[in-house]
Design a protein around this ligand. Structure first.
Ligand SMILES: C[S@@+](CC[C@H](N)C(=O)[O-])C[C@H]1O[C@@H](n2cnc3c(N)ncnc32)[C@H](O)[C@@H]1O
Length: 253
């Protein structure tokens, strides 16, 4: 027998408390289903990209927000975010929007354990490159790249700070909110410098676009698409404006 009357039950549901806290029950189910969905995708691809609890929680000390990753000597600014990975469903959607093809070299900047790189390497792109700051994550990504089922494109994992890494081969750059505004700004500068040396059309996917003003401040970039995930993360799509890059080249001759 249920010890609560019908009125008590309805009351506790509508107030969102106790064992009948509908919101927390739905949330638990959602997280459970999402984790099973991720596991199924990982198994299907024969890789392991699930973040551990320690990786998601990042490093917590009073001077550093909890969503930041471990401090790295290699990082110019030290604003590196902890490892988490975007949902497989939305990564496939984003890859479809940028229409990656045989002439594309796809970079994941802050590639973590390589989920995005592995998905893209099963398409017809020329090459995939993962840039990752933390060595332990680079090692996992390299293992995943070797084991990946259905690989069609070559995968390179480069353990480096994105602000100073060689990004000059890329035509599509994916970023799942890997760092703060300072590194984002330097990374965009890095891409822009490579464009002036090797002019080409590039696209950028900025997933969880919390520092979007940094991209908006680049006259050589224009936004061409945007969508929101079920968790209300904004995924924004950018492409280079050829005239702005060419003008910069001319004014610097
Ligand atoms: C939110 S995770 C994204 C993981 C990956 N893109 C994926 O989708 O599975 C951000 C990653 O960026 C890395 N990162 C942070 N700052 C970086 C930097 N300056 N250079 C290269 N990687 C960096 C972090 O170590 C972390 O693995």
């Amino acid at each position: 027998m249920c010890p609560l009357s019908k009125a008590d039950l309805i009351g506790s549901i509508s107030e969102g408390r106790g064992v009948f806290d509908l919101h927390s029950i739905v949330r638990k189910w959602f997280l459970l289903i999402r984790s099973a969905w991720t596991r199924c995708n990982d198994l299907y691809l024969n890789i392991d990209t699930e973040p551990t609890r320690l990786e998601v929680q990042g490093v917590s000390n009073s001077a550093r927000p909890v969503w930041f990753g471990p401090i790295s000597e290699e990082a110019r600014h030290g604003d590196n975010h902890a490892y988490t990975s975007p949902d497989y469903w939305y990564v496939r959607r984003a890859i479809g929007i940028v229409k990656a093809g045989p002439d594309d070299v796809f970079f994941d900047i802050g590639s973590g354990k390589g989920r995005v790189i592995c998905l893209v390497a099963r398409t017809t792109v020329e090459k995939c490159v993962g840039i990752e700051l933390l060595k332990p994550l680079c090692e996992v990504a390299t293992r995943n790249a070797l084991r990946l089922r259905g690989k069609r494109a070559k995968i390179e994992i480069v353990c480096s700070d994105a602000a100073s890494a060689d990004l000059c081969e890329g035509t599509i750059y994916f970023m799942f909110n890997p760092f703060g505004a300072a590194t984002l700004s330097d990374t965009l500068e890095n891409i822009f410098t490579s464009l002036t040396r090797n002019p080409r059309q590039i696209k950028i996917v900025y997933y969880n676009a919390v520092h979007e003003p940094v991209l908006k401040g680049c006259p050589w970039l224009e936004k061409f698409h945007e969508f929101r995930t079920i968790g209300e993360l904004r995924v924004t799509f950018w492409r280079s404006v050829q005239t702005e890059v060419a003008n910069f080249g001319i004014s610097n001759k």
